[in-house]
Design a protein around this ligand. Sequence first.
Ligand code: ZN
Length: 285
Amino acid sequence: MNYITKILALNKQARILFVENTNLIHEVCSNQNTNRLLKTLLARTVSCASSLTGLLKDNHRISLRISASKRDYKVYADVDAEGNVRGFISDELLNAHGEGISPFTVEQIIGDKGCIQLTNDIGMNSIITGITDMPYRNIVDDISHYYAQSEQTPTWISTYIVFNEQDQIELSRAVLVQLLPGSPITLQHQIRRRITDHKALFFDATNKEIMKQLPFTLFDDAELLENKPIQLFCGCSKEMFYSMLYGLGKEEISNAYISGSTIEFACNVCGNKYLYHPEELKNLL
Ligand SMILES: [Zn+2]
């Protein structure tokens, strides 16, 4: 359903990843009760992050953090080599959607002091973090900018996101182009042009397999490296919500126990619900 098709093309000089993640991004955005602007921020961040899973091996994980000029407005995404993807918006930004930020564009929210932090955890306690500014203020080009600045690997990502009239994700796809060492940088422009010229095909919602076919339509010498499934995976558990339960205070927990009611928490990353029944609340007290 969600997958990456990874190819080598143009005399094996470029690695190109075609990503179908409509269901994943739809789900990520549906789990957070928010508006189109915040869903766009989340969808772009998580879609870019999901395409990065195609570059990971073994225990390698990447955490991406987008911070807007207003520093507590943040969007997070985490991915690993198994194709597990998750993403969420900071509480401050989620709460801001009632504060009249709706008319803003993504560029206005990011502002002139936005920054990207990318943490590479390659296992064996080896963690590398890089930070760059966001000159494009649109997240997607800023992530490409991050790779040029911090990792010195020419990388270009493009996302294709469509909302329906109810502000739900109707289509989400992405493409990632990375040149192999020694390839001329002009090659990237050539690949970008070819992808941009065929942009309409990325928006073909009727064909769910198109991201498996497109690589071979666009590049004559495309060589399939892998087809890899990707999926939303949060990793939350009931134990993780105990701190929120304690946060309610003794009186509220005791009231719930006395009245025989169940306390419920929903994870705002994956939508899972965790219930604490009166018997558990009694043990806690
Ligand atoms: Zn969760």
